[in-house]
Design a protein around this ligand. Structure first.
Ligand SMILES: Nc1ncnc2c1ncn2[C@@H]1O[C@H](COP(=O)(O)OP(=O)(O)OP(=O)(O)O)[C@@H](O)[C@H]1O
Ligand SMILES: [Mg+2]
Length: 247
């Protein structure tokens, strides 16, 4: 569970990226952020693990209490898997090596990158299997397709055994069929493991298909927060045209 208590963020140039918002995200819930370009989706996502340091309010995480820089933030980040738009993999390394990078947070920085314990290796292989890539474990990732690379990115996040998963436009560079498959895998795993997921998407149809809850942002403010079924064409029109929603 993550609780945002009046959480807001002002960029150093004085621009308000996120107006103070209070809401609670629940374990096992797949929340999709939607909204026009510049609406504040990435800002909100980045506030959830302090990549953007909130300027006001507080963030509470179940089991950790209020997040503050230091050991609590480090533990929060260790429990939070991140899936990037451009997956940020090391092209010349194998899928397995890339996934193992996700285990580094569990070891002392001075331990060195490799070799990691056998148990990490087994876990990494299991994660690759869960994203349907067991047979590609030893393949260089720059030889994999975009969808396969994104699945390696998911496996890398998963090997952290996260309680929370954050993904900023994880399917932005994929074709529709591959986007569907990648989201199916991501949402399926989050459901199975009871992971709290927050995922930004530009494709409304995908958002409706996979979300338990949709949060729409417009100009740094929440303009809709509810089930996909509540997103009628009129509501969507308001969200994407910055008009106030009828109460
Ligand atoms: N480093 C920054 N300094 C100042 N303003 C910023 C900074 N980063 C983002 N912004 C502004 O904050 C607002 C929200 O940006 P954000 O990246 O969160 O939007 P977004 O909804 O993720 O958009 P997109 O769909 O294009 O990714 C935008 O108006 C953007 O110009
Ligand atoms: Mg963004």
């Amino acid at each position: 569970m993550i609780k945002l208590n009046g959480l807001g963020m002002v960029y150093p140039n004085g621009f308000t990226g996120l107006h103070p918002v209070s809401l609670t995200l629940h374990q096992g819930q797949f929340t999709v952020l939607i909204g026009q370009s510049g609406a504040g989706k990435s800002t909100l996502l980045r506030c959830l693990n302090f990549l953007n340091h909130p300027s006001e309010g507080s963030l509470e995480v179940e089991g950790l209490g209020e997040i503050k820089p230091g050991p609590v933030l480090r533990e929060h980040r260790r429990r939070t898997g991140i899936v990037f738009q451009q997956h940020q993999l090391i092209g010349r390394h194998s899928a397995l090596q890339n996934v193992l990078v996700g285990r580094l947070g569990y070891h002392l920085p001075l331990r060195g990158v490799f070799p990691l314990p056998q148990s990490d290796l087994e876990l990494a292989l299991e994660c690759l299997d869960r994203v349907g890539l067991a047979d590609k474990a030893l393949e260089r990732v720059d030889k994999l397709s975009g969808g396969q690379q994104q699945r390696v990115g998911i496996a890398r996040a998963l090997v952290q055994k996260p309680r929370i998963m954050l993904a900023d436009e994880p399917v932005a560079s994929l074709d529709p069929a591959t986007s569907n498959r990648v989201l199916e895998i991501l949402s399926g795993i989050c459901k199975e493991d009871g992971i709290l997921a927050v995922v930004s998407l530009h494709q409304i149809e995908l958002a409706k298909q996979f979300a338990d809850r949709i949060i729409a942002l417009a100009e740094g403010k929440v303009s809709y927060d509810g089930p996909p079924a509540g997103l009628c064409p009129q509501t969507l029109h308001c969200i994407y045209n910055g008009e106030a929603l009828a109460a």
